[in-house]
Ligand binder design. Sequence first.
Ligand SMILES: C[S@@+](CC[C@H](N)C(=O)[O-])C[C@H]1O[C@@H](n2cnc3c(N)ncnc32)[C@H](O)[C@@H]1O
Length: 266
Amino acid sequence: MSLTERQKREQSYYNQFAEMFTLNENIDFSPILGKERRPWNSYWYIYQLAEEAAAGKVSPKLLDFGSGPGENALRFAKLGYEVEGFDISEKNIEAASGLFEKYEISGNFKVSVAEKLDYADETFDTIAGIDILHHVDIPLSIKECRRVLKPGGVAIFREPLDVPLWDKIRGLKLVTIFFSKSVSFEKHITEDERKLNQEDIRVLTEEFPDIKIDKFLIFSRFDPYLRKNHDSTPSLLEKFDAFLMRLIPGIANLGGAMVITLKKEK
Ligand SMILES: C[S@@+](CC[C@H](N)C(=O)[O-])C[C@H]1O[C@@H](n2cnc3c(N)ncnc32)[C@H](O)[C@@H]1O
C-alpha cells in the first residue's frame, strides 16, 4: 500500500496514539445499553441512528469507517451488527482485533485507507464514521463509501464543523485573557485535520443528494472549561443547545459539530 505524505503523517501519529489504548480498561456501553438516550449529544446520537438503520434487518452489516482502536465498533456489534472496520494505523487495527477477542465477539478489521477500500461493491447496510472525514481526502473517500454501501443503505458520520464566527471571537484579545489557549474548544490534534466546511458539505451532497445534517455544540463548546474530564453525566449545555435549535432555527448555524446521514437510493 503506497501512502501519500498526509496519510503517512496520520499513520505515524495514530500508531503512537494507539500506544495509550489499553485492553484493561472497560468499555462504556451506556450509549447503547442504558435506558437513557442522549439525542442532544453527537456521539450518543450516532448509536441511535445506527440502531434505527438496523431495525428489521437480518444480520445487518456495518463498516466502521476509520475504526480507531475499536471501541465504537464494539458498541455497533452489541447493537446486532456484523462489524467490519478499517483504519490506516496498524496499531489501531491490532487494538481493535484484541478488543473484539477480549469481548468474544467476531469482527473483521484491516489496515486500509479510506480513499481506496478493498471491499466489494454494495457490501454494507450501514457505514458509521466518528471523527474521520476531517482526516481524509473527502471526495475520494465519499465515492468509496457510496460504492461499498448497499442500495437503500445509510452512511452516518459525526464530524466537527467550521464556524468562522467562533474563530473570530476566539481571536479577540479579551477572550484569550479568560480562556487558556492550551485547552481547545474542540479536539483538534493532527496537523492535517481540519473541520469540515460548506464546500465539504457540497461535495457530500453531490455524491448523496439525500443528506440530513443535525447540528450540535453551540454553548456546549464551553463544557471543557466547565466540566471535569471524563464526567459522564449529561451535559446541561448540550440539552440547552438542542432546545435553542428547536426554538430558533437559524441558530443551528453556530453549531460546531454535526451528524450527517447520507442515504443511498434503492
Ligand atoms: C480521531 S481518530 C477517530 C477514530 C475512531 N473513529 C474513534 O472515534 O475512536 C481518526 C482516525 O482516522 C484514521 N485515519 C486517518 N487518516 C486515514 C485514512 N486516510 N484512511 C483511514 N484511516 C485514517 C486514524 O488512524 C485514526 O484512527
